[in-house]
Design a protein around this ligand. Structure first.
Ligand SMILES: Cc1ncc(COP(=O)(O)O)c(C=O)c1O
Length: 400
């Protein structure tokens, strides 16, 4: 069955073993997306969408000019082609047809799972320790997780490719693989050669999703977006929440070849990106704003290097060197048992709680995650915040 909105092509897609229509659920393939009059007509006297002709109920005096110009009483643009075009240009993709926008990458993740996986039947593969929403989303959608843990020797987190391949080849119900690069909480980039090995695996007919929420902190040329034009079975997720500093506007991104993007667009709620969010996203993607984003990323990367160095001072108090790749805007640091010198999750949890409740510094306890025994995850803050973290962690560790 052809995908609604995709012009059938006789050109073979690569890799040859991949057929998008066999991965997408039949009910989604059959879907005729919601259409509104505004898809065809955007100007004139607009009496088509049951909006409030008298405008927003917020007093005009409380709205600045910018908000008044946004026409808040109108539904947002369902397509957001301008934002998509700027993202395509930023990530070196041919055009807006390669870009989907969601309410954070969390919505993109949920939508991908819903279009590919039949509840109570299909599965997804994850590689713990990894981002917690993959399993939450699996549970919400009644999609089972096949877990192939990363190898964790020496704190260097790597994909266990032989085990991933054998899991994928032996279980045709696995429809998607979620790879997180740089990983949360590992902070480790996945080499593109590893991603390609999974993309090329003939026995796996599903989609490889690479979650790149932190990619801009990982250096140039690290992004799997460079593979999107070549591989029909790849979907790269990104977000404006991290490097762009816009977590509040909830703007997530999928980069993939146009047929998969079309499937996501057919399935989404018609007006998922709000007008204020779209307005701010467009501003954040101007050339001037992109320069600012890159400067801020460079500052945070320099602070990350400094914090890594400064945390060594706490070694006598039982703080081990950070583990993982340190390619994101956070560090993953094991707290040790002072007597035994081994990672100590109970002590880490006490330090975490004391820091939050008495010292006013909230980090994240990750000691329960596979391969992260005793670990605290610390986001890189401002210079002053990092100094406060260091000082208060030192004090707390001296007491606990
Ligand atoms: C790996 C990873 N992916 C996705 C997200 C969610 O991003 P968004 O704010 O775009 O929903 C996060 C947030 O912490 C994350 O760590």
């Amino acid at each position: 069955m052809p995908i609604h909105g995709v012009v059938p092509s006789t050109k073979p897609t690569y890799p040859l073993h991949f057929d998008l229509e066999s991965v997408i659920r039949p009910n989604i393939l059959a879907l005729h997306p919601y259409r509104c009059a505004r898809d065809d007509y955007q100007s004139g006297i607009l009496l088509d969408a049951n909006e409030n002709a008298l405008g927003p109920s917020i007093p005009s005096a409380a709205l600045d000019k910018e908000h008044l110009d946004l026409e808040l009483h109108r539904y947002p643009d369902p397509a957001q082609v301008d934002i998509k075009s700027r993202i395509a240009r930023l990530r070196n993709l041919p055009g807006w047809e390669y870009v989907f926008l969601g309410v954070g990458s969390d919505e993109v993740l949920d939508l991908l799972m819903r279009v590919c996986c039949t509840p109570a039947k299909d599965k997804v593969l994850t590689t713990p320790p990894t981002y917690g929403m993959y399993s939450v989303c699996g549970q919400v959608n009644d999609v089972a997780l096949v877990k192939v843990p990363l190898t964790v020797e020496g704190g260097a987190f790597q994909l266990d490719l032989p085990k991933i391949k054998s899991a994928l080849e032996s279980d045709p119900l696995i429809k998607m693989v979620f790879l997180c690069s740089p990983g949360n909480p590992t902070g480790t980039l996945i080499p593109l050669s590893d991603v390609k090995e999974i993309l090329e695996l003939p026995g796996f007919r599903g989609i490889v999703v690479v979650d790149e929420a932190y990619i801009d902190f990982g250096g140039d040329d690290a992004s799997a977006s460079s593979l999107v034009e070549s591989y029909a079975n790849l979907c790269v997720m990104q977000t404006l929440s991290k490097s762009f500093g816009l977590a509040a506007i909830r703007l997530g991104i999928a980069l993939a070849q146009p047929p998969l993007i079309q499937v996501l667009s057919n399935t989404k709620a018609p007006y998922n990106i709000s007008t204020p969010s779209a307005h701010l996203a467009l501003s954040a993607l101007s050339d001037e704003a992109l320069d600012i984003m890159r400067q801020k990323v460079a500052t945070l990367v320099a602070s990350r290097t400094k914090l890594l160095e400064d945390l060594k001072e706490l070694a006598p108090l039982g703080l081990a060197p950070a583990i993982g790749g340190n390619h994101a805007n956070f560090l993953l640091v094991p707290v040790l048992n002072r007597a035994a010198g081994t990672p100590d999750s109970a002590r880490a949890l006490k330090i975490y709680t004391r820091m939050a409740e008495k010292e006013g510094v909230v980090v994240r306890y990750r000691g329960n995650e596979f391969g992260c025994e005793g670990c605290l995850r610390m986001t890189i803050g401002t210079e002053q915040e990092n100094e406060a973290l260091l000082e208060r962690l030192k004090q707390t560790m001296a007491e606990i």
